[in-house]
Write a protein that binds this ligand. Sequence first.
Ligand SMILES: C[S@@+](CC[C@H](N)C(=O)[O-])C[C@H]1O[C@@H](n2cnc3c(N)ncnc32)[C@H](O)[C@@H]1O
Length: 740
Amino acid sequence: MSSDEEIGELKVVYDFIAQGKFKKAFASATKVLDQRSPPSPQAEEEDPLRELFLFVVTKYADQLEQEGKIEQVFEIIEQGLEYFPEHPELLNETGVRLQRYGRSLEASICFERVLLQDSRYLKAYQNLQNTKCELVERWHFRMLNDVVRNAAFRAAIESQIAAGYNEVLDIGTGTGLLSMYALRCEGIRKAAACDGSEIMVQIARDVFGANGLSDRICLFQSFSQDLKIGERFSLIVTETLDSGAFGEGILETLIHAKKHLLLPEGKVIPAKVTLHVSGYQSRALTASNILINEAFIEDFSLPSNCLLSKEGTKCYDAEDIGRIQANDDFEFVTDTVVSMVVDFNDLECLVRHQEGTEVGEVELTCLDDGLLLDGFVVWFDLQLDDNQTISTDPTTSTCWNQAIFRLNQRLPVAKDQRLKLTMSCKDGALSIAHNLNSVDNQISVDEHVLEFLNDNEYYSSLTEATLETLDDMEKILDLSLFPYAGLKLLKEGKARMLFCLDQAEDLIEFIANQNDIPMGSIMLVNSVQEIFLLNDYTLDLIILQPVDVFGQINSEHFCLYQSLLAKLKPIGTVIPSSLELHGSVIESDWIVKCSRVENSELEQFQIDKYLASLETENHLDLGPFSYRSLSDSVKLAEVPFDGKLHETALELFLSEPTEKARVHAILYHYQIGFIPDRPLLGTDRAQSFAKRSAFIIPKSTFQEASGDEPPTANAQIEQLNITVLQNHGVIKCDIASIGQ
Ligand SMILES: C[S@@+](CC[C@H](N)C(=O)[O-])C[C@H]1O[C@@H](n2cnc3c(N)ncnc32)[C@H](O)[C@@H]1O
């Protein structure tokens, strides 16, 4: 094809795109590519058709996805990759779509392929981190590092096998740990294990292989309810308990197991669970549940009987009460009582609880006057056998969090006041019934929006910043989690038209009605991209949401910033005006335990080795946790609003020489400059809606940097040289080398 012919064909592709005929655009684009001789990799990178082709594939794939033709989506993407096999955008796009359809393992391979070519392609880096979290939930690390849990299970398994219960089925084997405890026992006659998760079975298979146990155990990738093995076992071991005990389906699992997999005289580990309940007060736990920001309530004249709270107050959330308590933001409001006991060896008891015919009736007594009841906290004692019990009491630090049931109001209580509750676990869903919720008119709001609304200092800083804007604005865009600043400007008559996201539509409408703001002056859009479809307007003010609730920069806003600027009037304003990344070096056993396997017993089993590739480098969404600062908090980098590639190198000095092995992470947060030349607002405040995060320093860092093999445990360092890389609105931090 001559270049004139190619230009002609490309025009056809553009015409089809303009008409939204992406199938035809795809066919025409592939026709051009088919008739070309293969370009060199360098020429390929500079090829304008490459970007056009990516656009066509993406649009066509979106269209097919909307029509539910998922198989075809992957067919055209594969076809695309035949033309541009290492196209990073296309590979990344493929990974994103695979992930969306639950094909996380394949997705992770795509992201790894992108990073092999270009380690600075941080979109793929972030996607890979997210995929790893999806493949193996992060609690696996904390669970495997829980030596108390492991030792109790080990002792119970050894004791029951010694007592003759020596044919073992491990339901939900995970990495295979409990099976290996069983296989190490003298007298074990038969062992089988199953897990419903594909990746966990792969890991267990590798771990059994590395320990020379593959031929001594039958491993099934299956939920126990689907096992068709035609034989029964004398001992069933299962650790499938979440913070509310039954949330992983242990009742259903054991009812089936007792009917089909366990010998009539067989035993189950754990033997029994006892649940405890208590009332609590905690501002931190309430900020994601109820609107408690007085300034917001006053500014928008909300009536006293109107309730803004999270939907679904019946379910529980898992929270680490020990950590919140350490921050002095948690108090028991009532005594603690036993609310339910389930005997896992008693089929009838299991069935009664699963069917909801057996419930726990409890009465709690309030401890003092002047307290507020925010909800109930539940934990359990797990009796494995006659000698081993694990308690998830918040004062003991096991890997389990506690189950939190929130009220939809903060209820003042009096000393000795009695509160009646009923606890049930019908269909395995632990729930608490009571009459303590408010029945006033309620608007349900997303929990992250509530956290944002309840961050009073952010609210004040942002609304104050808007005072500096023009007094008479035509059109403004507020992309905040909730557009209160934009609504306030409308209410005060400073702006005439507000564009904002529709994620809290009900609340926006409610506030508009309460404050005589005509809904016609509010244009709700579904996504930031939709803004670009609205052609004939320019903006006086753009308010961005620079950081999200988990403590990451908002990559979408950063990447679209330059295009948004094109919509801003020359005298227009953007808030915030600046963003800085700040951090300090910390030591924290807690953060290590949550991020990698650090347990000598598990290292013997080589479990650490098989989980290593699933470790992540960024621990997001950190609530209160215990750590020791090893350096001052310093500015790590300016974060320009452009989503482009920036690299900053800096030296971080420790306050005193510290053993390498104790240097665990860089705890970071953001400092937001709402308007130039004013003090910045940090996201490291106790009540910040955006949580802090940490770059985890991988164990291998010090070995590689200093050439130590194995590392000298007590070697000391005084300085870290770090590199902060920004690209595509994602930040990555690397420890470049170590000054000693
Ligand atoms: C909490 S982990 C425990 C892993 C391992 N047993 C240990 O103690 O280290 C629970 C595992 O059980 C699996 N699981 C839960 N219910 C299951 C069932 N009925 N059948 C098979 N696997 C199950 C989950 O996929 C998960 O990997």
